[in-house]
Ligand binder design. Structure first.
Ligand code: AMP
Length: 420
C-alpha cells in the first residue's frame, strides 16, 4: 500500500492507495494539532467518521492515524509493514529540487536549508518524513515539491528586477506554487484532448482558496503567477495577489502600522475577504453579489479581471493558446466564474458552450463551443494521485518526468486532501 502524507503546521492529511493506485483504500485528516479541540475525519470507501480528541503534537497525530488505519473495524491494513512506500507533499524545494526525489539524509538536510523560504511549512514536512521513517522503517519515502514543476520557468521570467547580487545571495526569485496540481492537470488535459502534451500551449487556472495561473508550453511551466512568497499573482481567498509594494512602505512609514500587522493583512485579510468585507468563500461572495451586494460584485469583478489579464499575458508569452484548463474548488465548481473569465477571450480562440459549462463536473470535461479554436476544459485536480505516481515511479527506479497520469481509476472514494 502507498501512503500519501501532507503534513501542515496544524494538520495531517493522509491518503492510502492500493499498490496499483487503482483505489483509495482510506483517507483522512487530523486537524487542530496542538489546540484543545483537535479532531480526526477518517474515510474508508463511503464510510466516514468524525472523532474529536486533543492531538498535542504531530507525533500524536501520526499515532492517531495509525490507530485508525490499523483498526479492525475498518480492515484497511493489518500491520505497519503493509505500507510499502510513503509519498510526502513538501511546499518549498527552493532552486535545489527540480523534481520529486527519494528521501535520504542529504535530501532532508536540503529541505532544512530551504526552510527559510517556507518557515511555516517546511519544518512540518520534515517532521512528517521523520515520523514516517520511524513508523515504517525500511519503506522508502519520496518527497514531491509544490515548487519543483516551476523550476523550468526561464530566468527572464523568474528573476525580479532587484540588484542581481541580492537575488543571488538570498535566492530571491519567482518560485511558484501549486506545481503538483498544475502538472497533474496539464497531463490529464492532454490525455483528454488526445494530443501530445509536448505540442500544447495551455494555461491552467488553479482557482481555489489559493490561486495559481500557470503557462505550460510543451509540458513545461514557462511562467506562473505566484512568486517568492505565496501571495502574489491573482487575488486569492485571503491573500492580496499583486499590488504595489510601495503600499507596505506607506502603511509602515506614514501610517504607523507594524510590519507584522501589514503581513497579516496581506496574507490573511485581503483577497476576496478583504475586497468583499464578507467572506473568503467564493460561494458566499457570488451569492451576496447576486443579491445586490456591491462590494461582493466588485470583489468578483476584480478576481475575474486579474485572471483574464493573466491569461492574455500568458498567451503572449507562449505565442498562442491551445487550451485553457480550469481546476480546484472554484475552477471545478463555479460555472459563473468560468463563464465570466472566458467572456471576451474569443480573440484567443476561447469560446465556451454555456450548456456544457453549466453541467461541467457532471458532464464531459470539454466545455468548448464547436466553433472554438482553442479548447476549454474543466479537469478535477488530484495532487495526491500525482504524489502517489511519483512515489511508485521513484521506488521502482523510473524517472518521474515520464510518468503517465493513469486516469482510468476509481476516484469515488477519494476525499480531497491537499491544502490549497
Ligand atoms: P479549494 O481551495 O480548491 O478547496 O477551493 C476552495 C474555494 O472553492 C472556496 O472559495 C470555495 O468557495 C470555492 N468553491 C467550492 N465550491 C464552489 C461552488 N460550487 N461555487 C463557487 N465556488 C466554490
Amino acid at each position: 500500500m502507498i501512503l500519501i502524507i501532507n503534513c501542515g503546521s496544524s494538520s495531517l492529511k493522509y491518503q492510502l492507495y492500493t499498490p496499483d493506485l487503482a483505489h483509495v483504500a482510506a483517507s483522512g485528516m487530523i486537524a487542530k494539532i496542538g489546540e484543545p479541540e483537535g479532531y480526526i475525519d477518517h474515510f474508508v470507501g463511503h464510510r466516514g467518521e468524525h472523532h474529536r480528541c486533543p492531538v498535542p503534537d504531530h507525533r500524536a497525530a501520526f499515532a492517531l492515524m495509525m490507530e485508525y488505519l490499523l483498526s479492525p473495524e475498518y480492515h484497511v491494513i493489518e500491520c505497519p509493514g503493509a505500507i510499502t512506500a510513503i509519498g510526502h507533499r513538501a511546499v518549498h524545494g527552493g532552486s535545489v529540487f527540480v523534481e520529486s526525489v527519494l528521501v535520504d539524509d542529504a535530501v532532508l538536510q536540503a529541505l532544512r536549508d530551504c526552510a527559510a523560504f517556507a518557515p511555516l511549512h517546511n519544518p512540518c514536512n520534515i517532521i512528517g518524513i521523520e515520523e514516517a521513517q520511524r513508523l515504517f522503517p525500511g519503506a522508502p519515502n519520496v518527497v514531491v515539491f509544490d515548487t519543483a514543476f516551476h523550476q523550468t520557468v526561464p530566468e527572464h521570467a523568474h528573476l525580479y528586477a532587484l540588484p542581481h547580487s541580492l537575488s543571488e545571495d538570498y535566492g530571491l526569485r519567482r518560485y511558484g506554487f501549486h506545481g503538483t496540481s498544475c502538472r497533474y492537470v496539464s497531463q490529464r488535459a492532454a490525455e483528454l484532448l488526445n494530443r501530445p502534451l509536448e505540442k500544447l500551449s495551455m494555461v491552467v487556472c488553479h482557482l481555489g482558496n489559493g490561486v495559481t495561473l500557470d503557462a505550460i508550453k510543451g509540458g513545461q511551466s514557462v511562467d506562473t503567477s505566484i512568486g517568492f512568497g505565496t501571495f502574489s499573482g491573482v487575488p486569492m481567498g485571503t491573500r492580496a495577489g499583486d499590488f504595489d509594494p510601495a503600499i507596505i512602505f506607506h502603511l509602515v512609514n506614514e501610517r504607523g502600522m507594524r510590519l507584522e500587522e501589514v503581513e497579516e493583512i496581506c496574507y490573511k485579510k485581503s483577497g476576496l475577504l478583504g475586497l468583499s468585507g464578507l467572506s473568503n468563500d467564493m460561494r458566499e461572495v457570488t451569492d451576496a453579489a447576486a443579491a445586490g451586494n456591491k462590494r461582493c460584485q466588485l470583489a468578483v469583478d476584480v478576481f475575474v479581471y486579474h485572471i483574464r489579464k493573466t491569461i492574455g499575458a500568458y498567451a503572449a508569452v507562449m505565442g498562442g493558446l491551445d487550451a485553457l484548463v480550469f481546476t480546484a474548488g472554484i475552477g471545478e465548481n463555479s460555472a459563473e466564474i468560468r463563464a465570466r473569465v472566458c467572456e471576451g477571450l474569443g480573440f484567443l480562440g476561447i469560446e465556451i458552450d454555456p450548456r456544457a459549462n453549466a453541467v461541467a463536473g457532471k458532464g464531459p470535461p470539454n466545455i468548448s463551443a464547436v466553433t472554438a479554436r482553442a479548447a476549454t476544459l474543466v479537469v478535477p485536480t488530484d495532487e495526491e494521485r500525482m504524489i502517489a505516481l511519483d512515489t511508485v515511479a521513484l521506488t521502482e527506479g523510473l524517472p518521474v518526468r515520464q510518468v503517465p497520469p493513469v486516469a482510468k481509476v476509481c476516484h469515488a472514494e477519494a476525499h480531497g486532501l491537499a491544502a490549497r
